[in-house]
Design a protein. Sequence first.
Length: 135
Amino acid sequence: KTTNLQDVEYAPIVHTHTVSQITDFAHTHPISDVTGLQGELDARIVDSQIEVSADTNILAAWDKKTILFTANCTITAPSTLLSQLGFVFRTLAGVTVTWAITAPFTWETTPTTTPEKTTGSFMRRGSTNTILLDF
């Protein structure tokens, strides 16, 4: 069906509305009003750097981060890790890293000591007990 423009009623160019008639007026909300938004935004941070200079367990905070080993140390995969936890790492000049693992986890391939100036990655394979360490 075709409508002739002369049959359509238009509002006058200048007209007014009451506030109750307007449903799309601009407004703001504090971020705290949006449930879970800050966590979602934080989870989208792809990378940030964490420096490690002493023996320690792998931490959940390392997930999706770049870990810079700044001193010789032993890094241990503890008995609990996030599913799919993964991080990239780099040893600085003069720094070596020794890797240890705690049951129930096992290495896909038993690692050697990571030498200085080496880039690599650590990954838990999904929710399995297999740890992948490549460098």
